[in-house]
Design a protein. Structure first.
Length: 131
């Protein structure tokens, strides 16, 4: 086989971390997704190809959402849903994504074979910082 040299820095999930509202969580995974709103500007003069009329769009505002899955801590004082709280998502090697999010919800889960889990979901407000 051919060995491809990797350039850059790569980090395994074992270096990850997560905190909300200044409290470090017993994190299992986290996700942050970024998206752009679309503004529909279709009009009477929008392009026609054959018999098909095509929609037209412009890019709008950028947004992001975050979720953190962790081993639940029943002694943790949970932040109020709807409140704006700081978050930090550790990547490894001293790198992280941080910012503020509006806490939209907290899911609680357990099953007969597993441990009590909590999932925090929020909408990022303002741009996150990657360091």
């Amino acid at each position: 086989g051919v060995t491809m040299p990797l350039s850059g820095n790569f980090y395994a999930g074992k270096g990850g971390s997560a905190s909300i509202d200044g409290t470090t969580l017993y994190g299992k995974s986290w996700t942050m997704g970024e998206n752009v709103d679309e503004i529909k500007v279709t009009n009477f003069e929008s392009p026609t190809v054959g018999d098909e009329k095509w929609h037209e769009f412009l890019g709008g505002f950028v947004g992001a959402q975050a979720s953190i899955d962790c081993i639940g801590d029943p002694t943790l004082t949970l932040p109020a849903r709807g409140s704006t709280i700081p978050f930090a998502l550790g990547i490894g090697g001293g790198h992280s994504i941080s910012g503020s999010m509006v806490l939209l919800g907290i899911d609680h889960k357990t099953d007969v074979e597993g441990v009590y889990l909590q999932s925090f979901k929020g909408r990022v407000t303002g741009p996150p910082t990657l360091v």
